[in-house]
Design a protein around this ligand. Structure first.
Ligand code: PXG
Ligand code: PLP
Length: 441
């Protein structure tokens, strides 16, 4: 029997995340199914998925290889305890994930989300220093306009003010580097902007202020996603790495969005040629199908824990659902698709088409910047002086009504379609945007 999809559910009980609940419930946008790069709404309209869901559906929607693997797994082994017990797929999947990372990143800690991956990586950093006799290294450094999820650790190192201000003192001993967004110097850059590598020097200033031996780790998104696609200036990530090396500070790349092919390499670390000490992932690891995340650690980080008596738990951390069998089955099927369809490098073959398409919108009203890298892009609109964010929101609603979905961050339109997108789909994205922006007040 075909499932019955209710088009008019009672909306009151579900307290929606990161949503203007009252506004949404007054005029809901409900999706009922999805195939390829299209969603279908409850009223039967096709909507092109311009943001791969929330930056996670890298292989496109409705992949039967994944749903079949999940169904089989639920019958075979629905759950296995993750503490002091194991199941083969968690080990197989960890091996597969590690193989995609640069050489020397051979250890994978599973979580269930990007937020959990971030908090896990921060705790690994603290534990690493303590295991090496440097337990006084407790300071954590994030960046303005960074997004690292919503746990207390990620909220603390995060740098988006609305995500922080209601939540009190957060973690102590946290600093933030300046963000790298500079419209005056870098507006309408294609790829990496030229100006801003020197902003990494702020890390040297924090070292001078606090003392190098108090700082545990720096966490940054190689390309900031949530805050509106901020591409790192040329030389910036290299400069951060150099300063971290000089002072024994761990460098964490939060690749929750950039991981699994977004830039045309498995991870942004390979795209930029800069090696962190840990890679934080989630989202695309299962094509968004089953919640999962992972921290990929460099051997030296992992090995620092593996000493002392063998009956002692090396790291007091983990989740009921770390390495969940269903998530691992979904993840293995996802990596099979990525490999078979060469999706982890596909963004590099589409990057020029993508850049040309986006930058063709430059002369439309209100557009103050367009930026792109790999298959990520952003169109920044001038804010209405009395109502920042309202123009971006209106663009999102109008586009949705015309068959295109994308994310906005205030007045920045953020685009990151599934990696299966074609040049024709890209034309369609740009055609809808052109109409929407031309008519926006
Ligand atoms: N780090 C980064 C870099 C992220 O982008 C997280 C951590 C947290 O992951 P979870 O799985 O806990 O949400 C993210 C998540 C958007 C948007 O449109 C971005 C995210 C999530 C939802 C919406 O900007 N990023
Ligand atoms: N709260 C309680 C009362 C628990 O028993 C547990 C796990 O056993 C948790 C929270 C943590 O849940 P999870 O391991 O799914 O993160």
């Amino acid at each position: 029997m075909a499932p019955v999809i209710r088009n008019d559910p009672d909306l009151s009980a579900h307290w929606m995340p990161f949503t203007a609940n009252r506004q949404f419930k007054a005029a809901p946008r409900l999706l009922s199914s999805a195939t390829g790069v299209f969603y279908r709404t409850v009223d039967g309209r096709d909507v092109l998925d311009g943001s791969a869901g929330l930056w996670c559906v890298n292989a496109g929607h409705g992949r039967s290889e994944i749903s079949d693997a999940v169904a089989r797994q639920l019958v075979e082994l629905d759950y296995a305890p993750s503490f002091q017990m194991g199941h083969p797929k968690a080990f197989d999947f960890a091996t597969r994930v590690a193989k995609l990372a640069p050489n020397g990143f051979n250890h994978v800690f599973f979580t269930n989300s990007g937020s959990e991956s971030v908090d896990t990586a921060l705790k690994i950093a603290l534990g690493y220093h303590r295991a090496r006799g440097e337990g006084q290294r407790t300071r954590l450094i994030g960046r303005e306009r960074g997004y690292h999820g919503v746990g207390f650790g990620g909220t603390s190192v995060g740098g988006m003010v609305n995500n922080r201000r209601a939540y009190g003192a957060l973690l102590p001993g946290v600093d933030h580097l300046p963000h790298t967004h500079n419209l005056a110097a870098n507006a309408f850059s294609r790829g990496q902007p030229a100006v801003g590598a020197e902003l990494a020097d702020a890390l040297s200033d924090l070292v001078a202020l606090h003392g190098a031996d108090t700082i545990a780790a720096v966490i940054v998104e190689p390309v900031a996603g949530s805050t509106g696609v901020l591409v790192p200036p040329l030389g910036y990530l290299q400069a951060l790495r150099t300063i971290c090396d000089k002072h024994g500070i761990l460098l964490i790349f939060d690749e929750v969005i950039t991981g699994f092919g977004r830039l045309g390499q498995p991870f942004a670390t390979q795209y930029f040629g800069v090696l962190p000490d840990m890679i934080v992932t989630a989202k695309g690891i299962t094509n968004g199908t089953v919640p999962m995340g992972a921290v990929i650690a460099r051997d030296a980080v992992h090995d620092a824990f593996m000493k002392g008596s063998e009956n002692i738990i090396e790291m007091f951390h983990g989740y009921t659902y770390s390495g969940h069998p269903v998530a691992c089955a979904a993840g293995i099927a996802t990596l099979d698709i990525y490999e078979r369809e060469k999706l982890l490098t596909r963004a590099s073959t589409l990057a020029d088409v993508w850049a040309d398409a986006l930058h063709s919108l430059r002369d439309l009203p209100h557009v103050i910047d367009i930026r792109n890298i790999g298959l990520m892009g952003a169109i920044e609109l001038a804010s209405r002086p009395d109502a920042p964010g309202s123009r971006g929101y209106q663009a999102m609603v109008e586009a949705f009504n015309q068959g295109l979905y994308f994310r906005t961050s205030a007045d920045v339109i953020a685009l990151s379609p599934p990696l299966t997108v074609t040049a024709e789909h890209i034309d369609r994205i740009v055609a809808v945007l052109r109409v929407v922006l031309a008519n926006l007040k």
